[in-house]
Design a protein around this ligand. Sequence first.
Ligand code: SF4
Ligand code: SF4
Length: 414
Amino acid sequence: MSYEKAPKEPRKRARIIRWAVLAVVLVAITVIGYLHQTAVTGKPAGVDALCPFGGLETAFSLITSGYLLKRVALSGVILLVAVVAVAIVFRRSFCGQICPLGFIQEMFGGLGRRVFRRRLELPAWLDRPARYLKYVVLVVFIYLTWTAADLVIRPYDPWVAYMHLTSAEVFAEFGIGLGVLAAAVVGSFVYDRFFCKYLCPMGATLGLLSKFSIFKVRRTESTCIDCKACDAACPVNLKVSEVETVESPECINCNECVNACPVKDTLAVSTSKGKRLSALATTGAVVAIFAIVVGAATVTGDFQWKAASLADEIKSGQGLGEGTGASDAPMTGDFDVSLIKGRTTLAEVSEATGIPASLFEQVLGVPTSEQGTPMKDIKDAYGFSPEDVRTIVELYRTDPAAAEAYVPLGEAGE
Ligand code: SF4
Ligand code: SF4
């Protein structure tokens, strides 16, 4: 069969650039996660400040009360804005062109393809209903999060577990999330993009939005030679060769099908009016949207790149009881002790609550010179736990003498 061939070089370049963007995001976020766990000073922000799903989780609280949920920073909301803006124009491009967990799955999917010599699929009777699971995950966790006003999904979130891989807390606090991460990796080795297809609530949200997207993958039937190279290339197993427009919410806009199509101008990213964009230009536009939104928020100081101190969290309203306002004054009375975590330093607790450093030295035995170190790194050496510190703060509110007489329980108090 004779047909006009699509040039190979631009297709290869588009694939390399997409993988390069995904790799850069994965490496950058991995370094940020590592430094967040290990750096003593100048810590970068943690996963909760850098995840667009956090923006969705906090949306209800933000709209109804004007407060962000504990741990979520405004940058999570800003990333959600970028992700939604991208979805309105380019479908689930966040999943296919930016998401680091998606890239990890795709890498293992690629390995699996080499081993099995083809892309495996779950049988249709199981695959179809299983794809709805992610919508159930979305509805359940958003409902629980909004009613409990807490990040209920956190212990089960594979990405939170990934970002805590170098933390001592990973098994204790994120064991289930670690299991889900392992399932995503092993699952993707066998069935590419396993977590994206069956479990990811962010993917479910963007899939719903993508129905309204401007650009979609479209096939020109008159020139299609029915080679099915597009079907074989699709990581989410869509039958591109059987439709004129890929309308499925499963499409992650990776454009692997477009780059696999050997026939010139047969498969393309285009609008319903026929305005086409190359796969490479699509990746460029997606990166540009993210860069503009995040860059603008960085310039205005609304994007949180550095980890918030305890005092920052209190001032932003996250640690306050209902009806209280933010202020610079010590606020032991209003202070929500659940903000005290293993990553918190005793110096931050002193600053936020007004409790003198000498009291922590006296009760916990921690010299002031070590009170600037995260508690998780010194608690075993001094035999106390963050729960002891929370109790001391509670006691100090009503009876400072009782706080001074407190005997730490250590791990037993957790
Ligand atoms: S249909 Fe094409 S763009 Fe969509 S997920 Fe499959 S390969 Fe990627
Ligand atoms: S890759 Fe898909 S769209 Fe392109 S010619 Fe083959 S079957 Fe048709």
